[in-house]
Design a protein. Structure first.
Length: 304
C-alpha cells in the first residue's frame, strides 16, 4: 500500500466523481481508477461501488476513509515536526467559516505579529467539517459555536457577537434603531445550507421560538454570507447575521435584534490532546483580544 493510493482514495471519497478526483490529484482518470483497483486488491475488500453515473463508498470504504485520513494527517504532521527540527518555518492550519467574519482574521493578524516565522494556512470549512478535520488531524485550530463539539475537541469562548438582521436599504426595518425579534414573524428569513451551518440555523430558529413564533423560511439556501447579502439586496428575504461581518456586506443595512437581544457564541476549537505552543498562542491571543475589545461584554438581556 502506498501513500499516494490513500490520497487518491480520500480525494475520490470526497468528490465521488472520478473526473473531478483525477483533476484534483493532477493525474489522468484511468490512472486514478487503476490505483483504486490496486488498493482494493491489496486490501482484499471493495471500497467503492461504481456505475456509469454513480460512485459511492461501501461500508468498508467508509470505515477505511476515517483511518486513511488519520494516516495522511499524521504523515503531514510528522513532516511539519521534522522541518521544525531543522529550523524550517513552523506551520499551522486554521479553520475559518466564511471570509466575511472578522474575528479570526483579527486574531491571526495579532498571532502573526507575535510569531513572524509562523506560516498560517487558512482553510474555509463549515463547523461540522472543522470538527471532523480537527479530530483526524487535518486542522490544528478552528472557530465556531462549540455546542455540538465532539469529546475529542475542546474550546474557549472568546466572543458573544450581537445578532442582528440584514435588510435591503429601503425596507421599513432600515429606519428603526433596533428590530424586535417578533417583527420577523411576517418576513421570510433565509437560512444557510443545513450541511454548512446547522448550528447557526438552529440558533436562529431557537431565537424566533423564544419570541413566540416559528419563522417563515425562504425556500432557497446559500453557502456564503455574500450570497445571502445578494438575495437580501434583491428583496427576496431577510437574513439574521452577527455584527462581526456587517462591514463586508455593502448594499445592505444591519439592525440589531431585541426582545430578546441575542449574542452568537464564538469559540476557538482545538484537539483536546493538542500541546502545540502555536495552538496555545492562538488561544492566548483570542483571550487577550477578547478582554481588550470587550467581546464577552453584552447586554444583560442577551439570553440565547
Amino acid at each position: 500500500m502506498e501513500l499516494r493510493q490513500l490520497r487518491y482514495f480520500v480525494s475520490l471519497s470526497e468528490e465521488l466523481h472520478f473526473g473531478r478526483a483525477a483533476a484534483r490529484e493532477h493525474i489522468v482518470q484511468s490512472a486514478l481508477s487503476q490505483q483504486i483497483q490496486r488498493l482494493e486488491r491489496e486490501l482484499g475488500v471493495t471500497l467503492m461501488e461504481r456505475s456509469t453515473h454513480h460512485v459511492a463508498l461501501t461500508a468498508a470504504g467508509a470505515r477505511f476513509l476515517i483511518e486513511a485520513r488519520k494516516i495522511l494527517a499524521q504523515v503531514e504532521r510528522a513532516t511539519v515536526v521534522a522541518r521544525s527540527a531543522t529550523g524550517a518555518s513552523p506551520t499551522l492550519r486554521v479553520g475559518i467559516i466564511d471570509s466575511s467574519y472578522d474575528s479570526m482574521p483579527q486574531i491571526l493578524h495579532e498571532v502573526q505579529a507575535r510569531h513572524p516565522r509562523l506560516t498560517i494556512h487558512q482553510v474555509e470549512a463549515s463547523v461540522p467539517e472543522q470538527y471532523q478535520q480537527l479530530t483526524d488531524g487535518r486542522l490544528d485550530v478552528g472557530i465556531g459555536r462549540a455546542a455540538a463539539a465532539p469529546p475529542q475537541v475542546t474550546s474557549f469562548l472568546f466572543r458573544r457577537d450581537p445578532l442582528g438582521v440584514l435588510v435591503p436599504s429601503g425596507h421599513r426595518f432600515a429606519a428603526m434603531a433596533a428590530v424586535p425579534v417578533a417583527d420577523l414573524a411576517r418576513e421570510p428569513l433565509l437560512l444557510a445550507e443545513e450541511a454548512q451551518a446547522p448550528e447557526f440555523n438552529q440558533f436562529t430558529i431557537e431565537m424566533c421560538r423564544t419570541a413566540g413564533f416559528t419563522p417563515t423560511v425562504h425556500p432557497g439556501t446559500v453557502e456564503s454570507i455574500r450570497a445571502a447579502a445578494d438575495l437580501v439586496v434583491q428583496g427576496h428575504c431577510l437574513y439574521c447575521v452577527p455584527s462581526s461581518c456587517i462591514a463586508a456586506l455593502p448594499g445592505t443595512t444591519w439592525r440589531p435584534l431585541t426582545e430578546p437581544a441575542s449574542a452568537y457564541p464564538w469559540s476557538i476549537l482545538w484537539r483536546a490532546e493538542e500541546r502545540s505552543d502555536h495552538v496555545r498562542a492562538i488561544v492566548d491571543c483570542a483571550r487577550a483580544m477578547s478582554e481588550r475589545l470587550g467581546w464577552l461584554t453584552v447586554s444583560d438581556d442577551a439570553l440565547i
